[in-house]
Design a protein around this ligand. Sequence first.
Ligand code: AMP
Ligand code: ZN
Length: 142
Amino acid sequence: MSDCIFCKIIAGEIPSAKIYEDELVYAFLDISPINFGHTLVIPKEHHQSAATIPEETAGRMFRIASRIGILLKRLDEFDAYNLHLADGSAAGQVVMHAHLHVIPRGAEDGFRWNWRQLKYPEGKMMEIAEEISAKLKEKITQ
Ligand code: AMP
Ligand code: ZN
């Protein structure tokens, strides 16, 4: 896609700190990292949403991201890593070329997800589960 910053990075039109590339995916350092080594793994083909990425490419993204996470732990003595994907602007997606963040984490790195914990009203949890499950079944068999 001609006006996509990540497509331009893949094409070499914009510089990037590349750490991995194969026929399906490209991985490079995030320019504004949560911790140093924070990496983005992207499909070479332009997809705005993760939902349209072909299964083989999506699987490769996940595998490479996990490998990078494990390597970051060894290299920089991080304790753990997060994989994060924002799908849609309300979820925090800023660059509209799907990307998987690999975020190296230390127990004392000072970063916390602002993760709230709501409570379901009585009966609502099962109602929602059944609704999603039925719709998902329709989609998958389509
Ligand atoms: P998101 O909010 O999930 O869409 O994340 C987009 C990420 O892309 C942000 O963490 C940015 O720091 C990163 N980013 C934007 N432009 C570049 C670039 N030219 N090189 C590397 N990372 C970038
Ligand atoms: Zn793109």
